[in-house]
Design a protein around this ligand. Structure first.
Ligand SMILES: [Fe+2]
Length: 294
């Protein structure tokens, strides 16, 4: 039987009593889905699964998101099969990227607080990350509860953010790392999309701040004033008491709701392999109307 124990004061559940290498019963899938609505992040231990098993597990919660447009890695450089998102530091031959490899520099953007795929018009629902070979030191993933971030805003700020729309793009997140060397084709792929700054969860009805390093500006605001407010909100949202730190053990699997949380990975020894594999459940709706094509 699936049981879930809350392991952080405001969110995150640790799940036991389920084997993710086997097809889930309808009851198990429903219990996990309900756990996601409530805890926003679920931690499973000891799940030694294959890529196919991970994709089967993912499909219990919706369609697998098409990874196209999310990375600068070319199709012929891809290490994993279609449907899997490679968040390792490894090339196709299984070797860690060289220090100056563009793919490594691009992936360093994952050290910034973000919500997966917020740069897509229809952003991701859940992400599911399996630690096949975690870093021996460092490489923790941190999560912030964006519902609690919203709830703990002062009334004036809460009124101010309501109804605001942000523009999100990989150009903004990578640009803030100083990674600006992009081809015309890459730039076209990273065209900004619009997202509401406040989201309402479709099941619980709870509101959350929808922040991400991909958010670069607020529609109708000047750039510096946009960045000023976004930085302030990010600082508020990622205070220690609102953050859960996951220290990976091999075969941990962590799933999170991108609509209700942000996350970031911390530094680790990049000369050693860190093999982490993600699947993503596609979102069901846009959060804002998109700008008309120019
Ligand atoms: Fe991510």
């Amino acid at each position: 039987m699936v049981s879930i124990r809350q392991i952080h004061p405001v969110f995150v559940g640790e799940v036991s009593g389920v084997d993710l290498s086997k097809p889930l019963t309808r009851e198990e899938a429903a219990a996990i889905d309900a756990g996601m609505d409530r805890y926003a992040v679920l931690v499973f231990h000891g799940q030694n699964i294959t890529d196919d098993q991970q994709m089967e597990f993912t499909k219990n919660f919706g369609e697998i998101e098409n990874a196209k447009g999310g990375n600068i890695t070319k199709d012929n450089e891809y290490r994993l099969k279609k449907g899997m998102v490679d968040v390792s530091n490894l090339d196709k031959e299984g070797k860690p990227f060289a220090r100056d490899d563009r793919r490594r520099m691009f992936n360093l953007g994952n050290r910034l607080w973000h919500s997966d795929s917020s740069f897509r018009a229809t952003p991701a629902k859940y992400s599911i990350l399996s630690a096949r070979a975690p870093a021996s030191e460092g490489g923790n993933t941190e999560f912030a509860d964006m519902r609690n971030a919203y709830d703990t805003l002062d009334a004036k700020t809460r009124a101010q953010v309501d109804g605001l729309i942000c523009e999100h793009s990989l150009i903004y997140s990578r640009g803030s790392m100083g990674f600006t060397e992009l081809s015309e084709e890459e730039r076209a792929m990273m065209k900004p999309v619009r997202q509401s700054l406040v989201r309402t969860h479709p099941v619980s009805g709870r509101k959350s701040l929808y922040l991400s390093s991909h958010a670069g500006t607020i529609v109708g605001w000047l750039m510096p004033e946009s960045r000023d407010l976004l930085r302030d909100l990010n600082e508020h949202a990622t205070q220690r008491e609102n953050v859960y730190i996951h220290r990976w053990q091999q075969y941990d699997l962590v799933m999170w709701d991108n609509r209700q949380t942000m996350h970031r990975v911390r530094r680790f020894d990049e000369t050693q392999p860190r093999d982490m594999r993600r699947t993503t459940v596609a979102g069901e709706a846009m959060t804002a109307e998109q700008a008309a094509a120019a």
